[in-house]
Write a protein that binds this ligand. Sequence first.
Ligand SMILES: N[C@@H](CCC(=O)N[C@@H](CS)C(=O)NCC(=O)O)C(=O)O
Length: 219
Amino acid sequence: MSANPSLELISFKVCPFVQRSVIALLEKQVDFKLTHIDLSDPPEWFKGISPLGKVPVLKVGEQPVFESAVILEYLDEVYAPKLHPDDALEKATHRAWVEFCSELITTQFKMLSAKDKDAFEENRNSLKEGLKRLEDVLAEEAPFFAGEKFSLVDTVYAPLFMRIKIVEAMRPLALDIPERIQMWSDALLARESVQNSVVDDFESIFMAFLKKLDGYVLK
Ligand SMILES: N[C@@H](CCC(=O)N[C@@H](CS)C(=O)NCC(=O)O)C(=O)O
């Protein structure tokens, strides 16, 4: 049997969509190379492999795979342990909640980059509503989305929760996070793959990124 091709993940250090891919790779204990780029001044070669101009891109050998949800699916098909459920309907449900998370991440970014109080509050409220909605679909038995077993859905919510925690340490966001969501967040942020999914100085890099955004959140 031929060996799997080498993997290189093209990254931007504060990107939550990159981070979900890193968590999946670490959970699967797959060797990969991480290449950080500066999105404000992307290298010429990046334009050639990223049709949407976005990270992450996973280079599988010479073949670039873009879009984080697609990258997760690819990794899950090729590398054990399986992080998606086997059952088709359960899997579809998990995929749907991955999409939901991508919306929440966009809302979180809009909240953090909002220039005035109204825009900040509008996005804060929509993030708050989203987290409340999420509580209804969480497994009764914690710690993870589907219960005892860590799944692909968990890889996508961890970056969202990590950013909430960092910002809340500096400024309360009044998100009224439901208790079960908070327990899920705590379990995810304590997990080794999640802790190792960002660079060592992530918090200060993320704060510097926020300062550059110059949003209402820091006022
Ligand atoms: N749908 C994409 C979203 C990725 C994304 O928005 N990446 C951001 C960084 S976090 C990016 O590359 N932005 C560059 C740009 O939009 O020009 C995915 O899931 O991979």
